[in-house]
Design a protein around this ligand. Structure first.
Ligand code: ADP
Ligand code: MG
Length: 274
């Protein structure tokens, strides 16, 4: 009866929008005691848009946005999408660098430009909102405030987790006040911000040593090591390929609520097997 129950559960999961990539998912899901969420692109839609630009040097807003768009042209980070509408022809970028968890940089007209987090480019600034800075060798050129709406189902999901006694964490590379706002607004139990991919992994290991079974949900390149290292992990279907390849299961419709659906189906399957 065992293989049949597994087959039935797996096909029920796929009908509910969950693609199981590794068989242990069904076994681990019912025992999960904490769900750990990446923020950008996971709890938020990752539909990042420019909200306003503060100019800090003698450059126009359209120049700032065009430079940012050129620097982001090959980035897979959700923040890069905010600048796509401002791409202009003729801005050549060479010696591109993608700094995971920080931003991007490149040479334009012989000058080194950087676009990225306040923690990287303006460490003295405290940012209450999601934003990035544009800088060149001479210093900061602009601060760009961004918006990234929460997923509609995030509220209900966190409430349902609480009702089921599952703890929740936001584990993010972002260091802005937006991380606190999201954590407070949703009522998430724990916030770990300004976390590098290594910090993210270290956090999960600490939870594991404390006897917790963690489910990690993420979408980005920077999430790949934690997705691979978690007891069980889900990647957003709209995420990067490396995140999807590192995760144990995929949320095909990017609907976070399906995590609890999956847990429910897995728990029923386990009862049948036992
Ligand atoms: P998260 O864990 O929330 O997905 P990351 O670790 O990917 O965040 O990035 C942390 C921060 O680094 C971002 O909030 C942003 O400020 C900056 N950053 C990372 N990648 C980029 C990029 N391609 N362009 C601009 N900023 C970036
Ligand atoms: Mg992310």
């Amino acid at each position: 009866a065992t293989p049949t129950a597994l087959t039935v559960a797996t096909s029920r999961l796929s009908r509910s929008g969950i693609l199981v990539r590794r068989a242990h998912v069904l076994d681990t899901l019912p025992r999960v005691s904490r769900i750990v969420f990446d923020k950008t692109g996971t709890l938020t839609k990752g539909e990042v848009a420019v909200s306003s630009v503060a100019l800090l040097a003698e450059l126009s807003e359209s120049d700032v946005l065009a430079l940012a768009a050129a620097l982001e042209a090959q980035s897979e980070h959700p923040i890069a999408r905010a600048f796509a509408p401002y791409r202009q022809q003729g801005l050549m970028v060479t010696e591109r660098e993608n700094r995971v968890g920080r931003g991007v940089s490149g040479l334009i007209d012989g000058h080194r430009w950087r676009l990225g987090s306040g923690a990287w480019l303006a460490p003295d600034n405290q940012d209450a909102e999601l934003c990035v800075y544009l800088a060149n060798e001479r210093g900061l050129v602009a601060r760009v405030v961004l918006t990234d709406p929460l997923r509609e189902e995030a509220d209900t999901l966190i409430r349902d987790c609480r009702a089921k006694g599952i703890a929740t964490t936001i584990l993010t590379g972002d260091s802005s006040g937006q991380a606190e706002q999201v954590a407070e607004r949703l009522g998430v139990d724990k916030l770990v911000k300004h976390a590098s991919p290594d910090d993210k992994l270290a956090y999960l290991r600490r939870c594991g040593r404390a006897g917790e079974i963690c489910l990690m949900v993420g979408d980005g390149i920077n999430d790949a090591p934690v997705l691979a290292g978690a007891h069980v992990s889900f990647a957003m279907a709209g995420g990067t390929d490396i995140a999807k390849n590192s995760a144990d299961a995929l949320l095909l419709s990017d609907n976070l609520q399906h995590i609890l659906t999956a847990r429910h189906i897995a728990a029923r399957c386990r009862r049948v097997i036992k």
